[in-house]
Design a protein around this ligand. Structure first.
Ligand code: BTN
Length: 328
């Protein structure tokens, strides 16, 4: 019901919505409407109540609740079901549980704060309250297992495009899962999978975006390597709008990935959004460090490196360090 009320308040041409109109739309009593208005005020909404006029939304807090995200969302798959928590250990963990319990494809799990946010390779992900987007999507692509990891590259394209469209921030993808601005990380992606033999049961694509984290709020070990959209733009950014844009950018790319059987047709879009190719990098792989020029990415998302001796190496999985920021 809060969603209907919020929608009516946002949509009201003259500003005010009568209590009667809300009663009719929600099919409940005036007392019940008043109780919901009170709940919304407690949650931070500034709602003015005027006798004989009704209610008017003066100001809304920066929340990532289901009601806020659904407001004007134009997707038909991603985010049709939304699970919001004020605090959670990790949205990826909850999404895994929900997926095992049969949650539909496209379910979005989002939290205001994570107490044990996870990054790649067992690292922690700094996820303070009120200032970031900590979200996970449940996907069930009917694709061979070999294509599963490519979803991270697809999500990275969606994320980078969404940042540009929603905030004007022109960042770039560092293969495979980071979005960087001026060499500092503002977003990361953690994909986890539940699969059997050659069948993907579900994927959980976890996305972390540092939105309104002040630069001096990052822990000391992240200060020089992390940044936020607020630090880049010099102003606070409303989070729900960024979430909507991520879902809207991701949906058509995801459909293409499923329809065309993998990353292949999205390779050009990835190249247009990347800041990895053409740079000298060190790939920290399970086989050890490999240094070279990042030459290309293939249709499977594999990175091609040219070493100093001219030999070429395929990098399937690694963390990379860019050692030369200039594109050659
Ligand atoms: C990385 O760059 O190492 C990946 C970071 C992924 C962080 C997100 S925040 C939402 C989701 N839940 C988690 O616990 N992790 C991912």
């Amino acid at each position: 019901m809060n969603e209907t009320i919020l929608h009516m308040l946002r949509d009201a041409p003259g500003g005010f919505v009568s209590g009667e109109a809300m009663c009719q739309a929600c099919g409940v009593s005036r007392t019940s409407i008043w109780k919901h208005i009170k709940d919304m005020q407690d949650a931070g909404y500034n709602i003015e109540a005027v006798r004989n006029k009704g209610y008017r939304l003066v100001d809304a807090p920066d929340l990532v609740t289901a009601a806020e995200i659904r407001e004007g969302l134009s997707t038909t798959l991603l985010g049709q079901s939304i699970v919001y928590r004020e605090t959670i250990d990790s949205t990826n963990s909850l999404a895994q549980q929900l997926a095992l319990g049969g949650a539909p494809e496209g379910t979005l799990v989002i939290a205001d704060e994570q107490t044990s946010g996870r990054g790649r390779r067992g690292r922690q992900w700094f996820s303070p309250p009120h200032s970031g987007i900590w979200m996970s999507l449940i996907l069930r692509p009917e694709l061979p297992l070999a294509h599963a990891a490519q979803i991270t590259l697809v999500a990275a394209v969606a994320l980078n495009q969404a940042l540009s469209r929603a905030t004007g921030v022109q960042a770039g993808i560092k293969w495979p899962n980071d979005i960087l601005f001026n060499g500092k990380k503002c977003c990361g992606i953690l994909t986890e999978m539940h699969a059997e033999f050659d069948q993907i049961h579900h994927l959980v694509v976890g996305i972390g975006i540092n939105v309104n984290v002040a630069q001096d709020e990052f822990p000391a070990e992240l200060e020089g390597i992390a940044t936020s959209l607020q630090a880049i733009r010099g102003e606070r950014i409303p989070r729900a709008q960024v979430v909507r844009t991520v879902l809207e950018e991701f949906e058509p790319l995801y459909r293409q990935y499923v329809l065309n059987g993998g990353f292949g047709t999205l390779r050009d879009a990835w190249k247009a959004n990347n800041i990895t190719l053409g740079r000298h990098i060190v790939a920290h792989t399970a086989r050890g460090d490999i240094e070279g020029l990042a030459l290309d990415i293939d249709e499977f998302g594999v990175l091609l490196l040219e070493k100093a001796d001219g030999e070429r190496e395929k990098i399937y999985s690694a963390d990379i360090t860019v050692i030369n920021q200039t594109i050659s």
